[in-house]
Ligand binder design. Structure first.
Ligand SMILES: *Cc1c(COP(=O)(O)O)cnc(C)c1O
Length: 377
C-alpha cells in the first residue's frame, strides 16, 4: 500500500487536506470533458460506490456538489430542511457552531444543545429536548467533531431521534471512510462528507448520501440554485452530468483514491491504519510528557488534541516553525479555554511518519529548552 513520496513533500498532521498517494496525484494528469461519456461514467461509478458504503437496502442516493465540505453541509441543510422546518443543532465545537451560522444565513429556525468545547451530547438530553419541543423536525449532529477530535455517540443519538420520529442529518466529514456508519445499524436521512479527508482524495467537492424518500420530498426547499441538491440529483439522473462545471481532475483523483481505499480493506482497513497511527502517536506523545484533552474513551482515530506545554519557553509559533523546518505540519488548537494544538492521524501516514514526527517533537522541545510536554509547570 505504501508508496514512495516526493521527499520534499511536507507531512501533514492535519485533518485535511491530507497527504495523498503518488497514484492519486498522477490521476490528475489527464484532462476530461465534463460532457463526455467517460467522465459521466466516472461520476456514476463514484456515486454508486459511495452509496454502497452506507446503504444496505437500496434506500440512499449520492449527490456530489462542487466546493469544500462546508458547501456540501450547507447544500444538504438547505435542501432537506423545509423553510417551515426547525432544527436542533448539537454543538460541541466549531463545526456544530458553523451549522447554526448556515441556518442563520438561510433563515431556518433552530434551537441548540451546546456542550462547550468537547463534552459529548448524550441521548437522554436530546430525548428531553425533542419531547419538549414537537416543532423540531431535524436533528443535526457532527460525527467526529474535528475541533477537539471527539467521536460523538452517533448510535445513541440516532436511536433517540428515530424513537421521537424526527430526522437526523450527520456531518461525517472527517469520519466517513474510516468509521463504519451503515443504514442498517441506525436511522439517518443524510451523511455529508468530502473528497479530501478519510478517502484521501484532493480537495474540490463534497457529497451527501441522502435517503431517497427524504430527497424526493425536498423539491421546493432550497434557498439557492447552486446549493440545491434536489436539482443537482435530478440533473445527474437525467443526463449523467453535474449541473455546472465539475471538478474533473478532483473526481479522477478521487476515483483512484477509492480504488486504494478498497485495496486497503475498505472502511475496516482504513480504520485499522488510522487507529494504529493514533495509538502510536498518543503513546509517544505521552512519553514526552504531553497530555490529551480527552479521555481515551472519546479519542477518535482521526485527530487528537494535546494541551500545549506549560513551560514558559513555549510559543506555538516557534514550535510550529521548528516542526515545519523538519517537514512536519501540525494544526493549531481550537479550544476557548486552554492552549492546545492538534495532530491528525489521517492521510498517507504510516509508522515511519508517526515515528519521524515524535523524533522531531523531542528535538524541538530540546531546542526550545522545554524539559517535557507537561501542561502544568
Ligand atoms: C473539514 C470539516 C468540515 C468542512 O470543512 P471545509 O473546510 O469546508 O472542507 C465540516 N465538518 C467537519 C466535522 C469537518 O471536519
Amino acid at each position: 500500500m505504501k508508496q514512495r513520496q516526493n521527499p520534499k513533500q511536507p507531512w501533514l498532521l492535519t485533518p485535511g487536506p491530507i497527504n495523498t498517494s503518488e497514484m492519486v496525484k498522477q490521476a490528475m494528469l489527464q484532462d476530461w470533458g465534463s460532457w463526455d461519456g467517460d467522465f459521466r461514467a466516472m461520476t456514476k461509478a463514484m456515486c454508486e460506490q459511495l452509496v454502497s458504503y452506507v446503504d444496505d437496502n437500496g434506500e440512499f442516493v449520492c449527490v456530489p456538489v462542487q466546493g469544500s465540505g462546508t458547501f456540501a453541509v450547507e447544500a444538504t441543510l438547505g435542501t432537506l430542511i423545509p423553510q417551515q422546518g426547525k432544527a436542533l443543532v448539537l454543538i460541541n465545537g466549531a463545526y456544530g457552531q458553523r451549522m447554526t451560522k448556515i441556518l442563520d444565513y438561510m433563515g431556518r429556525d433552530y434551537v441548540i444543545l451546546d456542550k462547550g468545547d468537547y463534552e459529548p451530547p448524550r441521548g437522554e438530553e436530546v430525548a428531553a429536548m425533542l419531547q419538549q419541543d414537537k416543532d423540531i423536525s431535524h436533528v443535526l449532529l457532527v460525527h467526529c467533531e474535528t475541533s477537539s477530535g471527539i467521536l460523538n455517540p452517533v448510535a445513541e443519538i440516532a436511536d433517540v431521534v428515530e424513537q421521537q420520529g424526527r430526522r437526523l442529518i450527520i456531518d461525517s466529514m472527517s469520519a466517513f471512510g474510516a468509521i463504519d456508519i451503515r443504514s442498517s445499524d441506525f436511522r439517518f436521512d443524510a451523511i455529508v462528507s468530502s473528497a479530501n479527508k478519510c478517502f484521501e482524495g484532493v480537495p474540490g467537492f463534497g457529497f451527501a448520501l441522502l435517503r431517497k424518500e427524504a430527497l424526493q420530498q425536498s423539491a421546493t426547499n432550497a434557498h439557492s440554485l447552486s446549493m440545491d441538491l434536489y436539482d443537482q440529483w435530478c440533473y445527474l439522473e437525467k443526463t449523467g452530468q453535474w449541473r455546472f462545471t465539475p471538478p474533473t481532475h478532483t473526481v479522477a483523483a478521487f476515483t483512484q483514491a477509492l480504488k486504494e481505499h478498497q485495496a486497503e480493506g475498505g472502511v475496516v482497513g482504513r480504520f485499522a491504519r488510522y487507529s494504529r497511527n493514533q495509538k502510536r502517536l498518543v503513546t509517544g506523545m505521552r512519553q514526552l510528557g504531553f497530555q490529551t484533552l480527552l479521555a481515551d474513551e472519546w479519542l477518535s482515530p482521526i485527530i487528537v488534541t494535546f494541551f500545549s506545554p506549560g513551560h514558559e519557553n513555549f510559543s506555538f509559533e516557534q514550535f510550529y516553525d521548528r516542526l515545519k523546518a523538519r517537514n512536519y505540519i501540525i494544526y493549531p488548537g481550537k479550544l476557548t479555554q486552554a492552549e492546545s494544538f492538534r495532530l491528525g492521524c489521517i492521510g498517507q501516514l504510516f509508522d515511519e511518519q508517526i515515528d519521524g514526527l515524535l523524533g522531531a517533537m523531542a528535538a524541538v522541545l530540546d531546542e526550545m529548552q522545554i524539559p517535557d510536554g507537561c501542561p502544568n509547570h
